[in-house]
Design a protein around this ligand. Structure first.
Ligand code: ADP
Length: 679
């Protein structure tokens, strides 16, 4: 299995701590990204979730960080008020760090707020006024009144000065600007080449914004515009890398801004919310000269506008599987060791590592391949670790089903991870407590073993789609009457399907009935998807063609007039949506059986799609389908010959490869010599 022998992963060498060495199976993409970054080119990474898109960017960022390049000069971005046009604050990029310059706050000399002098004048004025008004009163009383007035006028003067200082009365105080308001603010200090990550939907984070200053809110009313500027990720990534993920969520106008930023290498910031006081503010263009790396799933690229896409030099597709070679199995082992170390998990036995390889094959859909959707594998390893730590599946599932309201699978998987984290800590503490109680200093070593991984896989907790499929099968299986038997039947055959994207295989009973009618045609029952409909039209045409051209080694009892036959095809007891063409071979055989009135054997299930020449073509989910056939008790399953390389497990079931439809006729029909012509 692996080139190295071991009992547990404990014996294996420590994984490298450099992220770049931890990436497996994506060498090509990684090299292109490295060269693109070196040559300052923009890149888009496309691929399935969890194949390492962000990991590649992080690794490149780490490399840049650790090997500071010669041509980078640290810089600081500061914002200053614009005295002529306050709504247009000035943002400047200065080399090195910002040192406060007396020049910056000089205008305070011109627009000095009322200071001590004003305060004293107000006091004197009020005191004199009061003394004049109360001049007829007794000495003591007079003194008391004058003292009170002095205190009140002092307080009043203080309030006036205070308000003026903080700008709240700037309008009323005419042209008064506080020195605090004049002080430039440092928006961003960049000491090393930056790698900044932002999600495409987070417009403020991506492009920057200007804060609203509400009455009684934060920042306080009157905060000058330059203090309300929020720098965007595009600006923070100046001279470095901007990584934008989730590209399918990027609004078109944001794409336009991004395009402008790429073209002009600078972009101003303005208030994004039209209802906010920030909306009237706009800065000068701020430098943003960055290398753009975007990522998303394959289909997400449709969301990007052509001009932006045209600006991206490299469009890289990440692989979702790799060949199942010893070298790659070793890489998968390296991945397991990394996950154990990075997530602080228990070590794994050799057999459990082999099981992970088997799951990698299963997820890749073939014995010959290993999946590179490694986030999914990583989650499975973590959950197996939790089970090894003594957490029951029931507990994990219960925690999970307590959170029904989310629909997104990714979100659920995220939550699942955090639940697992919590469980893990709880469990560890519990174990520690237990060992303390027993006076045991070192608790018995726990290893992740095959049974723990199998529990995760069988329960399906690593994937919502799998759990739905398991629930569905649990619910409906008891109503289904699918029992392999030795009584041949006309027009009845067992096909195979897969439910859900991470799904489970299922057996479907296909029944064809023929009636003589003046309106010949084919009717489909319980079929929803277009592909399925087309494939069945094909099956129907093909079966008629076979019969009319006498191409089958079967002959009908009597002559049949195909022009007078009305065909009904039913996917019986199929409770899920059927779409796909993998039932074409089964349907075709079922129609032939019904038309020729020759019974089909009932001890096998079949999957395979057909082309117009009767060749049986490969289908997806072959292992899930074989598994389903085995679980329903079938002893034989017919699959396309080209799928044989994909079969992972053939225990307990005979797998019959088929290349052409006519070649399997002798295997599936219950004929006597009269009806069968040897060709
Ligand atoms: P993506 O951005 O493609 O959705 P990530 O880079 O976020 O995927 O990968 C998530 C996790 O899965 C990583 O932190 C790592 O543990 C694991 N992983 C994914 N791809 C790889 C890979 N090619 N090599 C090693 N680990 C990987």
């Amino acid at each position: 299995m692996f080139s190295i022998k071991f009992k547990t992963t404990e014996e294996l060498p420590e994984p490298s701590s450099r992220l770049i060495d931890q990436i497996i199976g994506q060498d090509e993409a990684l090299n292109i990204v490295l060269s693109a970054v070196k040559n300052k080119r923009h890149v888009i990474l496309l691929g399935d979730p969890g194949v390492g898109k962000s990991m590649i960017v992080k690794a490149v960022g780490e490399l840049i960080e650790k090997s500071p390049s010669d041509d980078f000069t640290p810089y600081t971005i500061i914002a200053k008020p614009n005295l002529k046009n306050p709504e247009k604050p000035i943002v400047e990029l200065i080399e090195g760090s910002y040192k406060e310059d007396i020049e910056d706050i000089k205008p305070k000399m011109i627009r000095q707020p009322p200071g001590l002098l004003t305060l004293m004048l107000i006091m004197v004025f009020f005191t004199l006024l009061t003394s004049y008004l109360v001049r007829g009163l007794s000495q003591t009383y007079l003194l008391a009144v004058v003292a009170t007035t002095a205190i009140v006028s002092f307080a009043l003067a203080f309030v006036v000065v205070f308000l003026a200082m903080f700008g709240a009365t700037r309008g009323a105080m005419s042209n008064t600007v506080s020195p605090l308001d004049l002080k430039p603010v440092v928006l961003y200090e960049c000491k090393k080449r930056p790698v900044v990550r932002a999600s495409a939907y987070n417009v403020t984070k991506l492009l920057g914004d200007v804060r609203h200053c509400p009455l009684g809110g934060k920042p306080p009313l009157g905060t000058p515009p330059h203090k309300r500027i929020i720098l965007g990720a595009i600006h923070e990534a100046h001279k470095g890398i901007l990584y934008v993920d989730e590209i399918k969520t990027m609004p078109p106008e944001v794409q336009d801004y991004l395009l402008t930023a790429l073209q002009d290498k600078c972009l101003s910031i303005s208030g994004r919310n039209p209802n906010s006081s920030g909306a009237t503010v706009e800065t000068n263009p701020i430098p943003c000269d960055f290398i753009l790396i975007m990522s998303g799933n394959m289909d997400d690229i449709n969301n990007l506008r052509a001009p932006l896409l045209d600006r991206i030099d490299y469009k890289i597709i990440l692989k979702n599987k790799m060949d199942n070679t010893q070298e790659n199995r070793d890489k998968l082992l390296q991945f397991i060791v990394q996950e154990i170390k990075n997530n602080n998990l228990n070590h794994m036995t050799y057999e459990a590592c082999c099981e992970i390889v088997r799951i990698a094959q299963l997820f890749a859909g073939s014995r010959d391949k290993l999946t590179l959707r490694l986030r999914k594998l990583s989650n499975i390893i973590k959950m197996a670790n939790d089970i090894a730590m003594g957490k029951s599946i029931q507990e994990i599932v219960e925690e999970l089903s307590g959170r029904e309201n989310t629909t997104k699978e990714e979100e659920k998987e995220g939550k699942l991870k955090s639940i697992i984290e919590v469980l893990k800590i709880g469990e560890r503490n519990k174990k520690r407590e237990e060992s303390k109680d027993k006076g045991v200093t070192a608790a018995k070593k726990v290893y992740i073993d095959v049974e723990h991984i199998r529990k995760v896989i069988e329960s399906g907790i690593y994937s919502m789609s799998k759990q739905v499929a398991i629930d569905y099968l649990r619910e409906f299986k008891r109503y289904k009457h699918i029992v392999p038997n030795d009584t041949p039947k006309i027009g009845v055959i067992y096909g195979l399907a897969v439910i859900g994207s991470d799904g489970m295989g299922d057996v479907t009973k296909i029944i064809t009935q023929i009636v003589d009618s003046k309106n010949p045609g084919t009717h489909l029952l319980n079929i929803s998807g277009d592909i399925a409909k087309h494939s069945i039209t094909l099956a129907s045409a093909l079966s008629k063609k076979y019969i009319s051209e006498g191409k089958l080694p079967l002959k009908p009892e009597k002559d049949i007039d195909l022009n007078r036959k009305e065909i009904y095809i039913q996917f019986s007891q199929s409770y899920s949506k059927i779409d796909g063409d993998s039932a074409t071979a089964a349907v075709c055989l079922s129609i032939i059986s019904a038309l020729l009135e020759i019974p089909l054997k009932q001890d096998f299930a079949i999957t395979g799609s057909l082309d117009l020449n009767g060749n049986i073509l490969a289908v997806g989910g072959i292992n899930e389908k074989i598994n389903a056939a085995r679980e329903y008790g079938f002893k034989r399953v017919i699959i396309p010959e080209s799928n044989m390389i994909d079969v992972i497990d053939d225990k307990g079931i005979e797998i019959i490869p088929a290349k052409r439809l006519d070649e399997i006729i002798p295997l599936v029909f219950e004929y006597d010599n009269k009806k069968y012509i040897k060709q």
